[in-house]
Design a protein around this ligand. Structure first.
Ligand SMILES: N[C@@H](CCC(=O)NCCCC(=O)O)C(=O)O
Length: 247
């Protein structure tokens, strides 16, 4: 029987029962399984060994940079910390910033979600708004109050840019997405392509302009019940197909 493609999923450093841990919430892993992939949780340490990281990626068929309640360290994009920016994960920052160029060198399919989207932008020299709600003219993109079902429900439209990955995957110029983020793209990284924008103009999806493989990162959460949302569904189908071909 053909084995399923192995997809590395970046972990977050969290304290669990008083112990430093490497953690991924189930919805990312279950979504990947649902689309025929075998998720492998990748631990993160600040003292990343680049050669070892490359050897690890050589054994994988795809890479997912998940969301997280923590933020990319503002020093990584030359900014002063905003008072609203209170949660870091420097182990994860170090891993993500190392893995992105290594994955692209290998033409490895890459899917970024929320924090993972922001990591891709910073990895390409871009910067972030640390509190989008405080930027004049911008919406408040933070999650609504309520249960998870309400928090992950679609809340705003996105305009999909013609000619990109999303336009190839999804039959439509607009869709509705969920929104659970305080940070967002300020300066777009050099070499990245805008794939979608929110009604306030905030960049909501990007890809690597000269990549020869699937490289898509989105600010929303398509891992939330993807088979029930046409846009989320085609994102996971596209990523899965790319990982199958990369095997
Ligand atoms: N912390 C960043 C990114 C937001 C993000 O990734 N949220 C994830 C929520 C938990 C989950 O669904 O994994 C920001 O605030 O912009």
């Amino acid at each position: 029987m053909q084995s399923r493609p192995l997809v590395g999923v970046i972990a977050c450093r969290r304290m669990v029962e008083g112990h430093p841990s490497h953690m991924v919430t189930d919805k990312y892993l279950s979504a990947l399984r649902e689309y025929g992939l075998e998720p492998v949780i990748l631990p993160v340490w600040e003292d990343v060994d680049t050669d070892a990281a490359g050897a690890l990626l050589d054994r994988l068929d795809g890479l997912v940079l998940t969301g997280s309640y923590t933020n990319v360290l503002p020093e990584r994009y030359g900014a002063e910390r905003a008072p609203e920016n209170t949660r870091d994960d420097q182990d994860r920052d170090a891993a993500a910033m190392t893995w992105v160029p290594l994955a692209l060198e290998r033409n490895m399919p890459l899917l970024g979600i929320c924090r993972g989207f922001q990591e891709l932008n910073v990895a390409f020299g871009g910067s972030l708004h640390q509190a989008v709600q405080n930027v004049p003219g911008m919406l408040d993109h933070r999650e609504p109050e309520g249960e998870k079902e309400q928090q992950y429900a679609p809340v705003h439209a996105i305009d999909i840019q013609p000619g990109g990955w999303l336009a190839k995957l999804f039959d439509g110029a607009k869709s509705e997405v969920n929104s659970l983020h305080q940070q967002g793209v300020d300066r777009l990284g050099e070499g990245l392509r805008v794939e979608a924008t929110a009604p306030d103009g905030l960049v909501e999806a990007i890809s690597v302009a000269d990549a020869r493989c699937f490289t898509l990162a989105v600010q929303w959460h398509p891992e939330w019940k993807p088979s029930e949302h046409p846009l989320y569904d085609v994102i996971f189908r596209g990523f899965s197909d790319a990982c199958m071909q990369n095997r």
